[in-house]
Design a protein around this ligand. Structure first.
Ligand code: ACO
Length: 379
């Protein structure tokens, strides 16, 4: 193909690189399905554990299957002491970096590290789903100089996370909010972090390495970092009546409003509906409705942007929910990862199951055949 014929799809926009049976997104109609099940049904009826089973095994579990799966998660919540040492050693790092480093460390000592069979990869994946909350909570406690709160087997995935984080019996509304947040973040097709995981897996790198790659891609403000940026915006705005003017100023300065816009959704992100409702309820419950009012006013001020297909996305209300639960802003990305780990694992397994190395092209636009110059002659 000559240089003139090359079509560059910047950001790989609109490119299908494989088939999948994990997730379907209709960005025009705002539809999201996990393994064929609508996100609204899952958000209203499922637990995170059930959603994990569905994503990993491609069907809803029976009661017995769910009990066994839940027991496997509970069994694997503790961390090896070497990984606790890593968390202590890097306790002053950003929680996302600590999570990435701890997963890397786990990959060196996982009992199935050399086994690439489906069974072994499922065991590794289940261990990681169970270990992620413990890593994040342990680091949060350790960096605050508090004792590590060991996991409890009588609590659900979401309740146990809040227990380990705070060291106190979690409030049922907070547990439901966390569980719903994990469900809504569990999977989202070929987003940047999942694509990165699949690229790593396509080289037949092991599961832990592929997950480390995914965490790295999640870190940026255009992906997992947006929820934290939204709450910084809420703080900068300060009062609900200032929201509209603030948004106009930012847009006039050609700045982006975090928590809006999406590569695939050109209508409202269906996950945002549930988080908006939660944000309202929790704001009232915890006696802090102002944050929700500011968010509502930002959303209203952004209405003209809908003409360009820019609507609220999953991150817009997520930060406020963590804020109401008293969770520090630098934990928002790791919490996203706690929800998303199952999606990454499902995609890594799907990539392994019918692998072809992912290796797109870059169109070279630099100079051709430059003349070599010896170092003594260079100016
Ligand atoms: N605020 C203002 N304008 C925006 C926004 C926004 N949040 N998002 C996109 N636009 C505008 C761009 O300025 C651009 O305008 P132009 O055509 O006049 O230059 C147009 O919309 C298209 O923008 P692109 O960057 O080309 O769209 P892309 O599909 O690459 O961007 C992205 C998607 C990165 C999510 C973008 O909307 C954005 O930066 N949003 C803010 C960050 C954010 O919320 N990220 C979380 C996404 S959800 C997730 O990852 C979980």
């Amino acid at each position: 193909m000559s240089a003139e014929q090359v079509i560059v799809n910047k950001g790989l926009e609109g490119i299908y690189f494989d088939n999948t049976s994990i997730c379907h997104i209709d960005g025009q109609r705002g539809i999201l399905l996990y393994r064929g099940y609508n996100i609204h049904d899952l958000a209203s009826n499922a637990t995170y554990e059930e959603v994990c089973y569905l994503l990993l095994y491609d069907r809803l579990p029976t009661k017995d299957e769910l009990d066994q799966f839940d027991a496997a998660l509970k069994e694997n919540r503790n961390l090896p002491s070497a990984v606790m040492d890593v968390i202590y050693a890097f306790k002053d790092g950003h929680p996302t970096d600590v999570l990435r480093t701890a997963v890397s460390a786990l990959g060196t000592i996982d009992p199935d590290v050399k086994d690439m069979s489906l069974e072994a990869n499922l065991r590794k994946g289940i261990r990681l789903i169970a270990q992620f909350p413990t890593i994040v909570a342990a680091h949060e406690r350790i960096r605050k100089g508090l004792d590590f709160t060991p996991p409890r087997e009588d609590l659900s995935h979401a309740a146990n996370f809040l227990w380990m984080l705070k060291g106190e019996e979690p409030d049922p509304d907070a547990v439901r909010a966390m569980d719903l947040d994990f469900i809504l973040h569990a999977e989202h097709s070929s987003n940047a972090s999942t694509f990165t995981a699949r690229v790593a897996a396509s080289t037949l790198a092991d599961l832990h390495s592929s997950v480390v790659a995914a965490i790295s891609a999640l870190k940026g403000p255009l992906h997992g970092g947006a929820a934290e940026a939204v709450m910084e915006m809420v703080e900068a705005i300060g009062e609900p009546e200032r929201a509209e003017g603030w948004v106009q100023e930012q847009l006039a300065a050609k700045k982006r409003i975090m928590g809006f816009g999406h590569r695939v959704y050109k209508t409202e992100d269906p996950r945002a509906r549930h988080l908006r409702e939660l944000s309202k309820i929790l704001g009232e419950k915890y006696g802090e409705p102002k944050t929700f009012q500011i968010l509502q006013n930002i959303e209203k001020a952004m209405e003209p942007m809908r003409a360009k297909g820019i609507y609220v996305n999953v991150d817009f209300y997520a930060g406020s929910i963590y804020h109401y639960l008293g969770i520090p802003a630098d934990l928002y990305i790791p919490i996203f990862a706690i929800g998303r780990i199952v999606g990454w694992v499902a995609h890594i397994l799907e990539q392994y199951s019918d692998n072809r190395l992912i290796r797109p092209l870059l169109h070279y636009v630099g100079p051709m055949e430059r003349q070599w110059v010896f170092i003594e002659q260079r100016s």
